[in-house]
Structures are given as C-alpha cells and as structure tokens.
Write a protein that binds this ligand. Sequence first.
Ligand SMILES: NC(=O)c1ccc[n+]([C@@H]2O[C@H](COP(=O)([O-])OP(=O)(O)OC[C@H]3O[C@@H](n4cnc5c(N)ncnc54)[C@H](O)[C@@H]3O)[C@@H](O)[C@H]2O)c1
Length: 252
Amino acid sequence: MTATYSDLEGRAILVTGGATGIGAAMVEAFARQGAVACFVDMDAAAGGELSARLEESGLSAPFAACDVRRTRDLQAQVLRFSRAHGPISVLVNNAGNDRRHKLADLTEDAFDDIVAVNLRHQVFAAQVVAPMMKKTGGGSIINFASIGWMIGGSEYPVYAAAKASIHGLTRALARDLGRDRVRVNTISPGWVMTDRQRRLWLDDAGRERIAASQALPGELLPEDIAQMALFLGSDASRMCSAQNYIVDGGWA
Ligand SMILES: NC(=O)c1ccc[n+]([C@@H]2O[C@H](COP(=O)([O-])OP(=O)(O)OC[C@H]3O[C@@H](n4cnc5c(N)ncnc54)[C@H](O)[C@@H]3O)[C@@H](O)[C@H]2O)c1
C-alpha cells in the first residue's frame, strides 16, 4: 500500500547512493509519485540500469555516476541536476557504508574514509541545496542515520560514531534553515533486508536476533523506509522538523 502525495509530482528531488538498496527503493518510490527522481551513486552500472528501467516505464529518474566522498564532484552534479530539472526540493542523504572495522587495526586514513562516506557528504549536499530551497520558499532534507549504535551494534565503531552524529547535524541544521522553511529530519532504519545485507551479514543467528528483537514479526524492507521518506519529502509533513524517525519494526 502506498499513499499518494500529489505535491511531489513534477518536483526535482535528489537521492544519494540511489543505485541499490534503500536508496533504489526511494528513487523508485519518488519517481512513482511523479517526481523527477535524480540520483547519484558510485556504482555506475547499477545506477544506469535502474534509471533505464524506470524511464522505460515512463518515470523520470536521471542518474549520474558520482563518488560522494568527492565533495566538489557531488556539488557540481547537484547544480547540473538543478539546471536541467529545476531546483532540488527534497534532498535524501542516503549514501553510506557499514563495512566492518576493528579499533586495533584502524588507521587515520580509514577513519577519515568512513567519516567521509557516512557523514561529510551529508553536510556538503545540504550546503549546495539549502540556497535553492530558500529561494523557492522551502524544502526537505532527510539525513540517514541508523539504530545500530542504539542497540549495541559491534565491529563498526567509527560507522557507529558517524551515524550517532547525524542527528546532531539534523537538529542544528533544522534550526539554522527553519526560518527559510527548510525542514531537516533524520531517518534511522533498523535492520533492512537489502541485497547487500542478505549477502554479507544475514545468517540464521541474525534471523533469530531479528525475531527476538523486533516488536513486529517479519522482514523490514527497503520499501518500508521509502514510505517514511515520501512522507518527510512531501508537504504532508510540513510542520515536522528536527526529529528522528525510527523505522525498525519496533526494535530500538
Ligand atoms: N540496510 C540496513 O539495514 C541499514 C540499517 C541502518 C542504516 N542504514 C543506512 O541506510 C542507508 C542506505 O543503506 P543500504 O543498506 O541501502 O546500503 P547499500 O550498501 O545497500 O546501498 C548503498 C548505496 O550507496 C552507494 N555508495 C556507497 N558509497 C558511495 C560513495 N562513496 N559515493 C556514491 N555512492 C556510494 C552504494 O554504491 C550503494 O548503491 C545508509 O546510510 C545506511 O547506513 C541501513
């Protein structure tokens, strides 16, 4: 079941890391609302395929290959999208990487890289869209965090630190941009069954943990997160800002 948000029709929105996983579900969900669902990803093949599939069915999902750790490239691409499709009115800061790491082996370069892929680009994407949102009377920025650090997730201390910091970013930007009617919120997903999670981390012990920890039975899917992103992107949530929306089946 999907709600229809008529105000999203024709709007240019941007999803980072939109080629696979939760990002791909959000690109498709926004495109199905009639939005111009622009997206970037470093996976050029998967991004090209998704864009072609959606455009073949008459939807609008322009894609550009871009590594969000390269701030100048990211900002230049956002400006290109806005010139071609209109000012970005919804920014979904989704790109991230939960690769495992251990304190004992951590180097400064690895630390910087984990922060770059999980935090830094969210700040600099907001920097480039905020002026266009202000000019057009408002917008919505959605920052992606995680419940991982809240539930004692292990083997990714710097990922956990970066994700824990996201909501501080959200709350500060919500204050700074709120007068211009730019809303800023966090989505914190639970354990979402993307292809990558199934391939790398889900095993029998994981299934048992989900069954024991979620209040609700069943798998959390990328589409469940996309529903929250649609609501926060739409004017239906016009008075929602500075909040953390947890979608986790009742785990955290
Ligand atoms: N899946 C989960 O269980 C879960 C749980 C909590 C939080 N999250 C968060 O949700 C967001 C999406 O997660 P997902 O599970 O869909 O991840 P995913 O790995 O399935 O997809 C992430 C996408 O981002 C892209 N990406 C990664 N690094 C990039 C870079 N440097 N430049 C451009 N693109 C890049 C990848 O190519 C991929 O398409 C992330 O912020 C993640 O931390 C996911």
